[in-house]
Design a protein around this ligand. Structure first.
Ligand SMILES: NC(=O)c1ccc[n+]([C@@H]2O[C@H](COP(=O)([O-])OP(=O)(O)OC[C@H]3O[C@@H](n4cnc5c(N)ncnc54)[C@H](OP(=O)(O)O)[C@@H]3O)[C@@H](O)[C@H]2O)c1
Length: 344
């Protein structure tokens, strides 16, 4: 059974396109109630307009918004995440859940920044990372979610309920998030190209463009619905439409000759790799490098160390401190050990 969220206080930080889509769905469906929802944006005039439209409190004050929030939903751009995390960390409640949709921002980064900004006081914040896609705007989204080091099954269920409000949700391991970006987040663009091409084809064989577009779109929607509802392999469903010596097989032969399959496969692979290498570029530019250097307990010290040019000594201190705290809390999670290794 889905968890009941209407008693929870929600703070949506960065209610832009995606945040707005989610907020509208929550309020319309009564998933959250308006007097327990706060949202933030950057510009005061947008805050006023959104508050009027949605009937909720919208402010530009992130710290105020997260005070007392049970769930904090981060829908800001990835490049704003660090600044906002540092801003809100001291106000995040001990039991609050943080859900982030920022593309390419690992849960470890969020956890570490919250711990760093609070001198380790918020070093166990449950974080769920999500990658939705644009059809969420019409309730047909596909979202993959993954949990960070401190996210429990219940936290994942809460996040699942929040994204089920705009479509389907799947729980995956974080290592698959680049692949999700390449397939379901970029996927709508690939599907629109296929749809547009089918409509063009309809025009070529004499249909009016609007008729051709509806035929193409409803056909794609219908085919997708059959796959989702029956669970049948697409190849079997294709075979069922293809009569021996009929017209469909002639069309399929054209598709094979035009290498449609391999082209689509390569498009998804390229989008996945490009997401990975983009993260690599960000890393070498020093943005995500902080993730590797900062650990849940000593990250601030590690950064100062580098700035101060005394890497070796201070990093050693930092590691000792980490080990002590790990012993004290009877926890030596692999993440801490890994962060330790990476930082040396
Ligand atoms: N759009 C999608 O389909 C999609 C899909 C998957 C993931 N995502 C992720 O969703 C996030 C948001 O994307 P989007 O397309 O919705 O972007 P967007 O429309 O530009 O929204 C960003 C919002 O953040 C606000 N903002 C900027 N700085 C802020 C600050 N310091 N404090 C509070 N709010 C601040 C902006 O306020 P103003 O309105 O006042 O400028 C704007 O409302 C990104 O991280 C993206 O990776 C988006």
């Amino acid at each position: 059974m889905s968890p009941k969220l209407s008693d929870e206080k929600l703070a949506v930080l960065g209610a832009g396109k995606l945040g707005g889509i989610l907020l509208r769905a929550y309020l319309k469906q009564g998933l959250f109630v308006s007097n327990r929802v706060v949202a933030t944006v950057k510009h005061a005039e947008r805050a006023a307009a959104l508050a009027k439209e949605l009937g909720i409190t919208v402010t530009t004050d992130n710290r105020e918004a997260v005070k007392g929030a049970d769930i904090v939903l981060l829908t800001i751009k990835p490049q704003t995440v660090l600044e906002v995390l540092q801003e809100i960390a001291p106000e995040i409640g001990a039991d609050a859940l943080l859900v982030s949709v920022a593309a390419s921002v690992p849960t470890g980064f969020v956890e570490q920044q919250l711990a760093a900004a609070t001198d380790g006081k918020r070093d166990e914040v449950p974080v769920v990372r999500a990658m939705p896609n644009t059809p969420a705007a019409v309730g047909c989204g596909m979202t993959a979610i993954c949990g960070g080091a401190h996210a429990s099954r219940d936290h994942l269920e809460i996040a699942r309920t929040m994204f089920d409000a705009v479509g389907r949700t799947i729980v995956l391991d974080e290592k698959h998030m680049d692949a999700v970006t390449g397939l379901s987040a970029s996927g709508p663009a690939f599907a629109y190209i296929i749809l547009e091409s089918l409509a063009e084809a309809g025009v070529k064989v004499g249909l009016a463009r609007d008729v051709a577009t509806v035929l193409a779109a409803q056909t794609m929607k219908g085919a997708a619905s059959v796959v989702l509802e029956t669970g049948d392999h697409p190849a079997l469903l294709k075979d069922a439409v293809t009569t021996p010596a009929g017209c469909t097989i002639d069309g399929i032969l054209e598709l094979e000759e035009g290498k449609l399959r391999v082209t689509l496969i390569k498009a998804v692979v390229k989008a996945t790799q490009s997401r990975g290498s983009r993260r690599g570029r960000e890393k070498s530019a020093g943005r995500i490098d902080q993730v590797a250097r900062r650990c849940a307990i000593c990250c601030r010290r590690s950064t100062e160390t580098i700035a101060g040019g005394q890497r070796e000594t201070d990093r050693q201190d930092a590691c000792d401190r980490r080990r002590k705290i790990a012993r004290h809390t009877r926890k030596t999670p692999w993440r801490i050990v890994q962060a330790c290794e990476r930082s040396t």
